[in-house]
Design a protein around this ligand. Structure first.
Ligand code: AMP
Ligand code: MG
Length: 388
């Protein structure tokens, strides 16, 4: 059994050249961008009106200003202003020469072609060229693209981005006791939750799932399914059959099909039987069948690999807060992931019976990580929460 850091290190040490592609920005949401962007432009690219009103020189305190022209957003101002002159200007428009201030429209009357202020204007109401961003400033780094990132890249004028190819991830659920939702359960059977859960985790993380269904605990059936998945996928994930039971054929069948085991059994809870291997450029995870183990090991290990393929390090979103009650354990040999509810700065540990207790995850929105050797987190202690 190896420690979690060692297992993560083995994943991050894998050498592979992973394909990149250009995609239109409109198709880039959720993709892993592999380039950094610096702005080619000042933002805004010109001195810009922040209000509707009358543009004047801030040094000109005339009682009335002759309106020289009307400037809408997108227009090029034509008149250079001198004392006693203004241009009527709309929000977003370019400021004319000779003006550095806008008297907002509510603070002046328009009489016979003049703007006549009735209320002193305290603000300048102009966004200066480059005030938000200077050309050459680093704006956005490689990583998974969110909607706001798409907006930022668009604002700099780029129509497309370079992203890592989406890995095709095969999902095989093993277990002779499994039935799919919608089917009738016979004695001794349970519903296959991992198949759909894992496929959803793959999709949610921006990769492409290929679901191979339920495979009975049968060497031949398993070998056939594995061989097919090895032909069609970049990453193959199996759930179940990876422990030490009589019918746990996954480790040997994977090796018979040419996979080299890189680690098997990790000091984590849940998920100890976890297996990771490689065949040429195909990576393989054997995840334990208990659904919470499957969920957590995907979250921690598979996500790390997907980012590693793109040449990046995955840093999960984390928050911190104070525990509402203590979390205590006897066995400190493993790194434990415990489901919690984080609400504001309060972190409530969820009562949880172990790795088969999937419904305990219903309310969870985070996981706390209890390192090896640590028996207890005290009530009120500040903990870091990985958002899920
Ligand atoms: P295994 O890892 O195959 O020893 O399975 C461990 C536990 O997880 C057993 O109780 C299985 O019945 C359960 N299990 C295995 N696969 C699934 C699955 N796809 N969906 C739900 N539970 C599963
Ligand atoms: Mg099984």
């Amino acid at each position: 059994m190896i420690k979690i850091d060692e297992a993560m290190g083995i994943i991050k040490d894998q050498k592979i050249t992973w394909p990149e592609e250009k995609v239109d920005l409109g198709d880039a949401l959720g993709r892993i961008m592999v380039e950094n962007f610096s702005s080619p432009l000042d933002s805004p690219p010109f001195n810009k009106a922040a209000m509707d009103g009358y543009s004047v020189s801030s040094g000109d305190n005339s009682n009335k200003y002759k309106i020289m022209e009307i400037i809408g957003a997108g227009d090029t101002p034509e008149k250079t202003l001198t004392m006693g002159q203004c241009s009527k200007i709309m929000t977003g428009a370019m400021m004319p020469q000779g003006a550095d201030k806008i008297i907002r429209v509510e603070f002046a009357d328009e009489i016979n072609g003049f703007a006549v202020p009735h209320t002193p204007e305290p603000a300048l109401n102009v966004i200066k060229q480059g005030e938000n961003l200077k050309a050459g400033d680093r704006v956005i780094d490689a990583g998974k693209l969110k909607a706001k990132d798409i907006g930022i890249i668009a604002s700099m004028g780029f129509p497309s981005v370079k992203v890592a190819k989406k890995p095709v991830i095969g999902v095989l659920t093993t277990g002779s006791e499994l039935k799919n939702p919608g089917e009738k359960l016979e004695t001794g059977q349970i519903y296959n939750s991992n198949g759909l859960q894992l496929s959803a985790q793959v999709s949610e993380f921006g990769a492409t799932p290929v679901y191979y269904g339920i495979i009975a605990d049968d060497r031949e059936a398993l070998s056939t399914a594995v061989a097919k998945a090895f032909l069609e996928c970049d990453i193959v994930i199996l759930s179940g059959g990876v422990s030490k039971g009589d019918y746990d054929y996954v480790p040997e069948v994977l090796e018979e099909n040419g996979m080299k085991t890189l680690f098997h059994r990790v000091a984590i809870k849940p998920g100890r039987p976890l297996l990771f291997g490689r065949k040429n450029n195909i990576f393989v995870f054997g995840l334990p069948g208990n659904p919470v183990s499957t969920y957590v090991t995907f979250e921690v290990f598979v996500k790390t690999l997907i980012f590693h393929l793109a040449g990046l390090e995955y840093t999960p979103p984390t928050y911190s807060g104070k525990l509402t009650r203590r979390v205590k354990r006897r066995d400190t040999e493993r790194t434990e992931f415990h489901p919690v509810i984080i609400n504001g700065d309060k972190v409530e540990p969820i009562g949880y019976h172990g790795s088969s207790h999937l419904n305990a995850m219903a309310e969870a929105n985070g996981l706390i990580k209890i390192p090896t050797g640590v028996p207890e987190f005290k009530e009120g202690e500040t903990v870091s929460v990985r958002s899920i």
